[in-house]
Write a protein that binds this ligand. Structure first.
Ligand code: GDP
Length: 309
């Protein structure tokens, strides 16, 4: 495995004990190590460059407090900066969904094929149906949730959502591969209204790569559904590529948040920083297993720790 940042820096720092300040010359080698550590964690290169520049600006001139050496002082700056860039940690549940609207609150799921949209739809549906959702720190009660699939390109996708909905114990509105995605969405909205659902979750088609037709389709679904949450689902294992995918989705849609999946894998989670950097949107949840209870609120502090190793 990779060395963590503290180990990396301690090697560099051996040569410069007793320095009282972080300076241009004593941080140069350390910043190179920071850069390497972030690249190894799969943070995208332009994001790494920006980040290192920010850290440098913050670090220069900082006093090295009493018992710390310059390396430890710099790790402190890096850690703090990484945490704040990934979003303030407001504690459990604070980063959750906004559902404050005339019901049904529509949640639109976007992302590439295989990112984990359908699984995450099931996880969030279960989370909401069980009443785990909190609003301003208070439990907001069990929600009546309907899920529907607008993925007409892979008939198996509709069946997959049906299975997931059964496991999540939420209602599933059947759709059919012969329908237009827009018609499915309109029918689902109508059904959810008539049957007084609190939440309608719409799973969408993803392609293997970024595709203009797909973007247009999901934009038109967005226009029609007017979702209160438009969540971009991205696979943490995507590493460097996540940045391009996030950029494309962020430009196509007014995203409200990001779900980073497959953090149970061995990725260091650098995609969290990249995606946050290019979309500017909050990471709301992370996926930590294939199972429907494998969903956790996003914690910037923990993610910073993971990225730095
Ligand atoms: P979609 O094409 O975006 O709808 O993606 P799916 O929901 O079908 O997920 C693709 C694959 O990733 C499936 O095998 C899921 O079980 C798996 N998956 C999704 N989320 C996670 C996660 O958080 N952890 C793990 N280990 N696997 C996941």
């Amino acid at each position: 495995m990779f060395d963590n940042l503290t180990q990396r820096l301690s090697r560099v720092v051996k040569t410069m004990r007793g320095e009282a300040r972080l300076t241009e010359s004593n941080t140069q080698d350390m910043l190179r190590e920071v850069r390497m550590a972030l690249l190894e964690a799969d943070v995208a290169l332009p994001v790494v460059r920006d980040f290192v520049a920010r850290v440098k600006e913050k670090a220069l001139g900082q006093e090295v407090a009493g018992s710390l050496n310059p390396g430890q002082a710099l790790v402190g700056v890096v850690h703090k900066e990484l945490t704040s860039l990934m979003g303030a940690d407001l504690g459990d549940g604070a980063s959750e969904l906004s559902l404050a609207t005339q019901p049904p609150a529509v949640v639109l799921m976007a992302g590439l094929q295989g990112a984990g949209k359908t699984t995450t739809t099931g996880k969030l549906a279960k989370w909401l149906a069980e009443g785990n959702h909190t609003h301003h720190g208070r439990k907001s009660g069990k929600k009546k949730v309907l899920v529907v699939s607008a993925d007409v390109y892979r008939p198996a996708a509709i069946e997959q959502l049906r299975t997931v909905a059964e496991q999540a114990k939420v209602d599933f509105l059947p759709s059919d591969a012969s329908q237009k995605p827009q018609d499915i969405a309109a029918a689902a909205l109508d059904h959810a209204r008539r049957h007084h659902y609190d939440v309608l979750m719409v799973d969408t088609a993803g392609r293997l790569g970024i595709d203009e037709a797909m973007m247009q389709e999901i934009r038109s679904l967005h226009d029609l559904l007017k979702p209160i949450e438009t969540l971009f689902v991205v696979d943490a294992m995507q590493g460097q590529d996540a940045v391009n995918v996030a950029k494309a989705f962020g430009e196509a849609l007014p995203l409200t948040g990001v779900v980073l999946t497959k953090l149970d894998g061995d990725s260091r989670g650098g995609a969290a920083l990249s995606v946050r950097h290019v979309t500017g949107k909050p990471l709301k949840f992370v996926g930590v297993s294939e199972k429907l209870d494998g969903l956790e609120p996003f914690h910037p502090e923990r993610m910073a720790q993971r990225v730095l190793g």
